[in-house]
Design a protein around this ligand. Structure first.
Ligand code: V47
Length: 377
């Protein structure tokens, strides 16, 4: 039987096949089509053209080094007020972060750290020596640190330009900037959900400057709060244009809103269908991004496995033997803290794809790769 396709998708499919970037109306049509099967088929075809049957994962360590934060974002359940919520405060010393990194062992390829707008921790005096120490002991471990929101805060505190700050961090070993802080770029949304945090213009400027200096980065979008579909599509187009101006984004990660314990709880949870559509639309709109990440901790492993049929090609990482993830665990995720890399490989293979171990910048490794001889303590 011939497959039936929503006729509104046909011209979009043609554009995608001819390499013509999609516009706002195309994005809206993709979000609204009732024909999710054709949407998935188009997104999967676009993914296969980029990376064949490969699906990526990383052996990594994940740490939220501080939850002290003065930004006051309405969607956040993670932030703690250092004076009013003393019992909830997590604020690791540089030694603690270093020890936690070492306790992961040596066989991992990425250290992923995100924190809050914490005046004691967002300082070059804290980070530069710590980064150098990690690089000295574990030179093969890539440093995926900060979001543009944290970097802007640190620039303000030190009265430094983005370029000077990034040059110091690069010299100390920064490989990649995490994709958070992007939320939704539209001012209407930002002014309501994160009025005290980096604006869209500076978020993009920081990533673009990082790329010029040879630091890679990721990009995210927080969806499922008060944004419209137009604002989601606008966000994706701004990212695509940013990638064109200053290439260096590796992955785009849709962040499904988690409502527990924050001021936007009345927005509720995103649906499975919304999540799946989000991956497919992102894959089709972001024609100049190589990777669309379905992050198991955010979407759950089950949705992530299905997302592979909808254009996703990455599941993120193991997290090490960690209990440090707080952003999503404070906001109601049911995902655990750790996934065995065998489990990634099993789920990826079961879905008909080829599991590939990577680092932050998507260099590929055999699954049983082990680091070269380590620098002695
Ligand atoms: O910017 C906070 C999000 C981000 C909630 O680069 C929430 O691979 C949903 O940087 N519901 C920070 N999202 C995390 C981040 C990140 C996440 C995943 C992958 C990567 C990457 C980076 O977490 C924030 C915000 O958008 N966030 N609270 C919440 N309740």
């Amino acid at each position: 039987m011939a497959s039936v396709m929503d006729v509104a998708l046909k011209p979009i499919e043609r554009k995608v096949e001819e390499g013509i970037p999609l516009g706002i109306d195309d994005g809206l049509t993709l979000f609204r089509t009732p024909d999710v099967h054709s949407l998935g088929r188009m997104a999967k075809a676009a993914k296969i053209r980029k990376s064949g049957r490969k699906v990526f994962y990383v052996l990594n360590r994940y740490i939220n080094s501080t939850n002290v934060c003065y930004a006051g974002c309405k969607f956040c359940s993670f932030a703690a007020d250092e004076f009013k919520e003393k019992a909830r405060v997590v604020r690791m010393t540089a030694d603690e972060v270093f020890q936690k990194t070492l306790e992961t062992g040596a066989n991992f390829n990425q250290l992923h750290i995100v924190g809050g707008h914490d005046p004691r921790q967002l300082s070059l005096d804290y980070w530069l020596p710590l980064m150098r120490r990690v690089k000295e002991r574990l030179p093969h471990v890539q440093l995926s640190l900060f979001t543009a929101a944290e970097l802007e805060y640190m620039c303000k505190r030190h009265r430094m330009s983005f370029a000077d700050m990034l040059a110091e961090l690069k010299a100390a070993g920064l490989d990649n900037i995490n994709g958070g802080g992007a939320e939704i770029f539209a001012d209407r949304v930002r002014s309501q959900i994160c009025p005290n945090k980096v604006g869209a213009e500076n978020w993009l400027a920081i990533h673009e400057e990082a790329h010029r200096q040879g630091i890679a980065s990721n990009a995210t979008m927080l969806y499922g709060t008060i944004e419209t579909l137009e604002e989601r599509v606008d966000h994706l187009i701004r990212l695509r244009e940013s990638q064109r101006r200053s290439p260096g984004y590796n992955a785009f990660i849709p962040l499904a809103f988690h409502p527990d314990g924050n001021e936007l709880n009345d927005c509720g949870w995103t649906s499975g269908l919304d999540d799946i559509r989000m991956f497919a639309v992102a894959r089709l709109m972001l024609d100049n991004f190589d990777h669309i990440k379905a992050y198991w901790m955010i979407q759950g492993l089950k949705v992530c496995q299905v997302a592979l049929e909808f254009g996703a090609d990455d599941m993120d990482g193991t997290h090490g033997s960690t209990d440090e993830e707080l952003i999503y665990h404070s906001a109601g995720t049911q995902s655990g803290q750790y996934v065995d890399d065998r489990e990634f490989r099993r789920l990826i293979q079961e879905a008909g794809f080829e599991p590939v171990r990577r680092n932050s910048t998507y260099e590929e490794f055999d699954w049983d790769w082990t680091p070269p001889e380590l620098v002695p303590a």
